[in-house]
Design a protein around this ligand. Sequence first.
Ligand SMILES: *Cc1c(COP(=O)(O)O)cnc(C)c1O
Length: 368
Amino acid sequence: MTAETDARVARLLHHRKAGLALGEPITPAISVATTFHLPEAQGAAYYYGRSGQPTWDAVEAQLSILEAAETVSFPSGMAAITAALVCCLRAGAKVMLPSDGYYVTRLIGRDLLQVYGVEVVQVPTAQMAAEDFTGFDAIYIETPSNPGLDTLDIAALARKARAAGALLIADNTTMTPLLQRPLDLGADLVVAADTKAPAGHSDALFGHVAGRDANLMARIREWRRQSGSVPGPFEAFLVHRGLETLEVRLTRMCASAAAIAERLAAHRSVRGLRYPGLPGDASHKSIGSQMANGGFLIGFELAGEAEAEAFLSRCPLIEQATSFGGVHTAAERRSRWGDAVADGFIRLSVGVEPVETLWSAIDTALAG
Ligand SMILES: *Cc1c(COP(=O)(O)O)cnc(C)c1O
C-alpha cells in the first residue's frame, strides 16, 4: 500500500487521542442511550438516538479518515445502498445498474425504484463503459463486480457521467477504501457493506455512504433520520474494532489470495479462474491505476455442481457460507443464488489462515 494509505491507517488507529481527557478510555463506549440531557432545544451534540449518537460518530470518524470524505453509517450495506439511490433519484429519473452486480441491489431496482417511477436499465459491468449515458440521472457501478470480478475504469466513467449530467455511485465493498478510493477517481458517492472485510469477523451487519458534496451528504443523513435506518451501537463498536485491524487482515488475505489464485490457475481440475491480480486476467489492467492489488476474492469453475459441492464439503478450512471478507476462508457456488455463472462456479473469499496450511487443505480437497 502507498505511504498515503499507511498514514491514513495510522491516523485511524489514533483518531481518539486528541479528544481524550485525563483518565478517559482509549476505546469508544458502546453508548446505548436513546435520549440525552436536553434542558435547551439548541446546542447539544446529541438529542435523540435516531438522529445521532457517540458510537456512530467514532466509527464514522475512522471511515472518514479512510475515505477522506464525510461518511454516514447505516445498519447494513443494503441500507446504505438504498439511502444513496433514494437520495439521488426521484420519479421520472433514470438509473443504470450492473446486471452482474450484487443481486439484492437489482431487487431494489425492480421492487422499490421501478415501483416509485424510476426507470432502471441493467447493463453487464464489462459493457457499461461503452453505453450512452445521455438521459441518465445516475450510473451505479460495482468494480470489481461480485462475483464475476470484472472491472471498470472509474475515472473514465466519472468523466463520462459528469458530461452527461449523471451522478456516479460506486459500490466499493469488494475492495474497501484501503484498496480502492472511487471518490478520488471522481465518483460522487461511495456505498459499501462494512459487514464484509471492515467488520471482518462475520458478526456484524453494517454499511456506509461516503461523499464530498455537503448538500448530497446532508440529504443522506436526513434520510437516515427520517427513515429510521439506523445502526445499532453494538454493531458500530464491532466495526470500530474491526477497522483497527483491517489493514493487517487485508495484507494477509490479499497476499494469500494471490498465491492461491496462481496455484489454482495451474491446477488441472480448475477452469475459468478469475483473479484481478494475475497478469493474464481481464481485470488486471485496473491494478495499480485504481486497485492497490488483486484483493481477496477468487472466482473459478470446477467440472459441475456435484464436483464443486463435493470440494467445498471436503475442505476443512473453507466455511460453506455466503458473504465474504471475513477472517475465515469461505466459499460457495454462486449459481445457487441465480447469478449468471456456470453451475460449477465457486467464489472463494480467502481468510487469514496461514497460507501454506490453507493451500494444502484446498489442494487435498481438489484431489478428492
Ligand atoms: C454484501 C454486499 C452488499 C450488501 O451488504 P449487507 O450488509 O449484506 O446489506 C452490497 N454490495 C455488495 C457488493 C456486497 O457484497
